[in-house]
Design a protein around this ligand. Sequence first.
Ligand code: FES
Length: 144
Amino acid sequence: MISELYQEIILDHYRHPRGRGTLDEPKIHHEGANPLCGDEVIIEFRVEDGRISDIRFSGRGCSISQASASMLVEMVKGKTLEEVRTLIQKVYAMLRGESTPDPQEMGDLSALAGVSHFPVRVKCASLPWHTLEEALNEANHAAK
Ligand code: FES
């Protein structure tokens, strides 16, 4: 039952992605690719007062990668950069099967916990999160 529910959540994000599109300037733009399949996710966001004030994603990929990107947009909008970095590490731990997600805290992302049993799928689910992490690192570097 649980896995059926989680499958529904993933499909809902895939079919009705939140935050698909692009942003006008000024924005931080970063492209990431899954080396196993060549699929790409592009993340664009804006930072105001230390928070992600707006964010969009584009690109192409499987249902897991696209659903994960949609969940990412929902989860990180409005968070401080520190909060986002903490969340990224929690997502990685969940996808590696090292932690059990608290649905209260992780929301729809909890539906992705099951991919930890499928190493190839872990790359799909983590693609948007790696892309966002690289974008944050690049923005941090550029600000120095
Ligand atoms: Fe390419 Fe999932 S198969 S991102």
